[in-house]
Design a protein around this ligand. Structure first.
Ligand code: PRX
Length: 625
């Protein structure tokens, strides 16, 4: 872990501005107030932070609008500047300026209003990576509707549960989306998702394939309305719900507010990426996940940046696709995931493209190991570009730990996300909540509120308290392990709970297990992560079948149907029984050890220690198969 990259980089406009950290640490609320003032407010707040632990309301009664700050504020100086340079999977492209984007958003806001959408109503969005996705989000924000974007890889059952939980009455979808040259039948999936629900569907024509139109459906192209202005909204007004997986139960509806969230993403984007007017920024995240919300849609637009948005799979038609895009658009700032970096490394393509426009690289979503970091630094950045390894979560709204080339110069250490963001107070603690010494693994907690912090879980304050605030009183529990070194650099060490990270996508064991046991021939199931060379982690499922059953081959399909293809296990292993404690709790730790070929550890709490050898034998056989 002690790899120090000697080269310091020097790229910030106002590098080494220590005053930022100092003022942020001593007066964090007024520090964030100063940051909030960099946005446009219709009227100021009377109190910067209302903190009724664990509920924080930032700039509560200040009036603001996200879409106004993303679009209207740029019209004077940047209406002809490209906001989105869109690259279709089929090689087609679109160039949308700030002026055009405002027009599209204003009009779609009018369309939503004409469909009866009012302030506070929820609107579900199930679209592929096309410019109409940010348009729909910003149109919601313009009129105070709360968007809930559903990743286009999710199944009908997942879409339905999110629509029902959020109480959305309008669903914005498309006739289809391109993925690896094939068309994902989004409309068909959406039809199944909303059957017998009182939901109006707006259908964007993306592929122009033949679709069945129901009385509830409206074609995007046929809906016309006068554009609407942005309405002033209270800072604490909800901007969006984004469902994410936790340790147990169904996905949680993480609810984010407006003024605090915008402040957080606006400032961190400037600090981490040192954004300048001439930059061409490219983030590969899908908007269906939090990185896409914060650092594809909101932050770049708040900053008036030009960005490239790519529709398809990063390795389609081959693994050089990302490099082609970097070269074609002269990308200067590139933000991606360790999985995509490993894919690039496997392809070898960065060495055959001209990537000289790049000046800054970023990574997010999973721990990046030092060798992958080094490869990224040498082969993509050609040893010229610093890498910002940004740690954060759906719940935090924006970056919490990252190097910040926009404000300070520090040496980088491959594999470390470096230091906390100014104004954020993080600790690494043991099971009892005491700070751990350097080089000791502990739980990452946040000790005071921050502006991008979730408001609550949609409709479930008690689950919010239980999930994040019950383990360490007064502190936010992140669910991640971390460690500090002697220089106070932070090293992220993966999840401490049962949340899986497959190709950077966050998936809960409970969702997959729930799907498996819904199969009539499955008696029990348990799922754990196994290391994967490309995706970081893959899923191993252990199932106990009912007497005489033989359905192993159907199970992958069951998970695909219930959750989506991203959740399909790489290994499905039929076992005679699962390792359990006397009280009946399944010990996933033991399954994980077997699947990863690690030391089994303590088995004294097992009701029947024989389960370990049963599972080991079944797993070995399963791998031979
Ligand atoms: O385990 C951490 C990992 O991703 C989790 C959050 O997932 P999600 O809510 O989907 O948000 C992902 C994008 C922000 C965290 O609990 N994670 C995120 N960034 C990093 C990371 N692990 C290590 N290093 C990172 N830079």
């Amino acid at each position: 872990m002690h790899i120090l990259l000697a080269e310091e980089y020097d790229i910030g406009l106002n590098c080494n501005d220590h005053s930022i950290r100092e003022s942020a640490d001593s007066e964090y609320v007024s520090f964030w107030e100063g940051e909030a003032r960099k946005l446009e407010w219709f009227s100021p707040w009377s109190r910067a932070l209302e903190w009724n632990l664990p509920f924080a309301r930032w700039f509560k009664d200040g009036m603001i609008n996200a879409s106004y700050n993303a679009l209207d504020v740029h019209q004077k100086s940047k209406s002809a500047k490209p906001a989105i340079l869109w690259e279709g999977e089929d090689g087609s492209s679109r160039r949308i300026t700030y002026g055009q984007l405002l027009e599209m958003v204003g009009q779609f806001a009018g369309v939503l209003a004409s469909l009866g959408v009012k302030k506070g109503d929820r609107v579900a969005i199930y679209l592929p990576m096309v410019p109409e996705l940010p348009v729909a989000m910003l149109a919601c924000a313009r009129i105070g509707a709360v968007h809930t974007v559903i990743f286009s890889g999710f199944s009908a059952a997942s879409v339905r549960s999110r629509i029902v939980d959020s109480g959305s009455r309008v669903l914005v979808t498309a006739d289809g989306g391109y993925r690896r040259g094939k068309i994902i039948p989004l409309k068909e999936i959406a039809d199944e998702a909303v059957s017998h629900l009182d939901v109006t569907c707006v259908v964007l024509e993306r592929t122009n394939q033949k679709i069945h139109m129901n009385p509830r459906d409206r074609l995007w192209s046929e809906l016309v309305a006068s554009p609407l202005d942005a309405v002033p909204l209270e800072s604490s007004h909800p901007l969006f719900i984004l469902y994410t997986s936790g340790t147990t139960g169904t996905p949680k509806g993480v609810l984010h507010g407006t003024g605090g969230y915008l402040t957080h993403v606006h400032s961190t984007f400037r600090w981490a990426f040192d954004i300048r007017d001439s930059d061409v920024y490219f983030c590969t995240a899908d908007i269906g996940w939090i990185t896409g919300h914060s650092y594809v849609v909101y932050a770049p637009l708040l900053c008036g940046a030009t960005q490239v948005m790519y529709e398809g799979a990063p390795d389609y038609p081959d693994a050089s696709r990302i490099c082609q895009i970097l070269q074609k658009y002269g990308i200067t700032i590139f933000y991606t995931t360790p999985t995509a970096i490993r894919m690039l490394a496997k392809s070898g393509s960065p060495d055959t493209f001209d990537l000289s426009s790049l000046r800054l690289l970023g990574t997010v979503g999973e721990p990046i190991n030092p060798s992958v970091w080094r490869w990224y630094y040498e082969h993509v950045g050609k040893k010229r570009c610093p890498i910002v390894d940004t740690w954060w979560q759906t719940e935090t709204g924006g970056m919490m730990i990252s190097a910040l080339p926009g404000i300070e110069t520090i040496p980088l250490k491959p594999g470390s996300a470096t230091h906390y963001i100014p104004g954020i107070d993080i600790a690494i603690v043991d099971e009892e909540g005491r700070s751990v010494p350097p080089h000791t693994r502990g739980h990452l907690v946040v000790k005071r509120p921050w502006p991008g912090m979730l408001l609550t879980l949609w409709g479930d304050d008690s689950r919010y308290k239980e999930a994040y605030w019950s383990r360490y009183p007064g502190c936010y529990y992140s669910g991640d392990y971390a460690m500090c070194d002697d220089d106070k650099y932070v090293w992220l060490l993966g999840r401490a709970d049962d949340v899986l990270k497959v190709a950077g996508h966050r998936i809960g064991t409970a969702e997959i297990e729930g799907s498996l046991v819904s199969h009539p021939q499955v008696a029990e199931s348990a799922v754990c992560a196994i290391p994967d060379n490309l995706k970081g982690q893959a899923i191993a499922a252990f199932v106990v079948l009912k007497e005489g059953a033989d359905c192993r081959r159907d199970l992958a399909e069951t998970v695909r149907r219930d959750v989506g293809s991203i959740a399909v296990p790489k290994i499905i292993c039929v076992v005679p029984r699962l390792p359990k404690t006397r009280s009946g709790k399944i010990l996933r730790r033991i399954l994980k050890a077997i699947a990863c070929g690690e030391e089994i550890g303590d088995t004294s709490t097992l009701e029947d220690p024989g389960a370990v050898s049963d599972v080991s034998v079944a797993f070995a056989r399963c791998q031979v198969d």
